[in-house]
Design a protein around this ligand. Sequence first.
Ligand code: GLC
Length: 808
Amino acid sequence: MQYGHFDDEHREYVITNPRTPVKWINYVGTLQFGGFLDHTGGSQLCKGDPALNRITKYIPQLPAGEFKGETAYVRVRKNGQSAKDAKVFSPYFVPSLIEPDSFECRVGMYYTRWVCTYGELKFDILAFIPRGGNELIRQYTVTNTGKEALKVELIPVVEFSHFDALKQLTNADWVPQTMQSHSIETKSGNAAIAAYAFMKRDMGVNVFSANVKASSYETDRKRFLGDNEYGTWQNPLSLKNEELSSIDAVRGDTIASFILPAGEIAPGKSSTIITQLTQVDRLDLAAAATEKYTTTEAVKKAFDELSAFWDKYLSVIKVNTPDAAFNSMLNLHNPRQCFTTKTWSRYLSLYQLGYGSDRGIGFRDSSQDVMGVIPQIPDEARELIEKLLSVQSTDGSAYHQFNPLSMVAGRGDSMEYEDRPHFYSDDQLWIVLAVSAYVKETGDYDFLKKQIPFYEKDKNEKPLETGTVYEHLQRAVKFTHENCGKHGLPLLGFADWNDTVNLPTGAESLFTANLYGWALLELAELADFRNEKDKAEEWRKWYSEMKAKVLDSAWDGEWFVRYFDDKGEPFGSAKNEYGKIWLNGQSWAVLSGFASGTDKGRKAMDAVKKYLATDKGIKLSWPGYNGYDREKGGVTTYPPGAKENGGIFLHPNPWAIIAETILGDGDQAFTYYQRINPAAKNDSIDEYECEPYCYAQNILSNEHPQFGLGRNSWLSGTSSWTYQASTKYILGIRPEHTGLRIEPCIPKAWKGFTVERTCRGSVYKISVKNASGVSKGVKSIKLDGKAIDGTIVPWQKAGTTHTVEVEM
Ligand code: GLC
């Protein structure tokens, strides 16, 4: 079944049936102030820290028909009717669940717009947070399409959370004793309520307001629902009364709600009301804050600024290929998701609940997320890279996670095991890839000279050591170089990319070996470019040594093994009962180049096709473990076919796509792409369930009875890597130190494609023709009509536009 459709022209996905299989969400704002809106109007909002400064009470585990965080009701009556007889419904469908005559939830670029009709009333509701702003704005326009005048009242509701999100769920005495919500006086006399936990009165005050006067207000959930809360959100008893209580709450389950008269709307006429939810530092600042977005002009200006940001963001890479779902993802939804993962890391979604403030940002995750936004927002990307480098240890390894506000870092879950190492072998290597991608994109080689402290500090909180960015990268590979095990392969540490395989101390990781290989190649290339012969030579030597060790020890006959355990036994081998073959073991041997010059890369990827590929994506491993085993770790906590235990974990799928493009099989690469493309699932999404406009983290595999079910949408490394796989490897357009490389690997049936790519300040209008019907192989490239040698278009002067014609 379909719940909506893509509207690429308006850069929106349009949900037309509100009964989606799970909530479909959209992000607004940033980590400074923001969160997400669900398609039925609910909101999860935070300022700064989702764990410690939560604003709305959004409990994802409640059933879909329940109220979550925010909603609004509309009360409509014809002349003379009393409140008791008025029609009451929510224009968002939830929580009144009264069927709309038409429903559109338009999921846009960091805004959501609802356009729906209930009887004679048509609603157009626009919700967004201005760029860099601290306000969630909702602009409601109600139009009377009928023949009689209607008296309309808008009753928006916000339910507040205690700022400490976890305490809200775990303490039902202290929390409600601290919560307060009361009306405040404003210069305009317009509706305004301030709400906060008592101890935050001088530190963080939430303010909900409107641009019109309220006829009454409510601050307490119990009074709003009525009958000691035996009234419901679906049918709040207080709305049967002419007015709300207008009593301030000095404790309890606090809300902010008003009756806002939209007036007597004549046939054909409209009325517009704007609401604003914000947080200010102190109560005495609350009144002034309500004056910010009170006119449609002010809202329009802020919305235009937001649109302008996205115009620019989306203009950096614009593609036109024969595949509509591919175009839609690449031009709109995938870049937006990359912005989202870069901004929110793994903090806050329907699935990542943002309760533990120590979780924060993952070093590994953000180093990969950042690669998805370098072309569009290089400065923001660099800032994040700097933060990441500042939690690198002097020994070259990285602290696994950190809180981006306090910049306090930690060694993650590894600290729960005394008998295990506390480093994650892959973490520090990702940042080498990120910095390399950053300098290739921007040409900002000075960044390599920037001094950034390492994490460890003395008693006075002064960093023990500081080094250039380049020094940080060198220590990263050196750490791996010096921490190898029995086979000369990198020690696993607590884990590698697969967080959930936690083998006893002494285990080795093939994943880390390959990632180290890729990182060394990046560094060696950089050293070549900087004319540093000795360095380039040393890193190439380390590379060849590791390559030899991988090829000598890790080939299992039909594929590569994935780990060696502490006893030196292979893990991910035909001789294992479970977890015989692992996807990353194969794709990464191609990505690192270690398999090149042998037939092992092709064989390994053929084994992927044979044992791991399904028509809904590639499984992470096979067969799944069947029972908990502490020796293996978290992977055995899931049933076979779920998540890392043989599920279709999506993040590694693009690595298989990249591997196929390196091996030259564009049809296989694109088949793998299409199988996980959520946009391609739009017409029969009941099985997959999640949003068709962004990637999920995992899909249950064919080892699980619910094969095909997607979960944990939005905050996944899948986003950055599918974007990179498709732009840099399928379309094959990737910045190098000396120019823009163009080496597509596409389905043979494609007759060609075009891409407009802005890089280092100039625009390259690239058109690729594939008259010979090949997957890979560039015959000729013309830059502004003149043939060039090779596949790298040299960098052109900033501010200029060029045509690039490519023949395959
Ligand atoms: C989750 C983690 C990520 C890890 C992956 C595989 O997505 O956020 O760090 O690499 O799982 O275990």
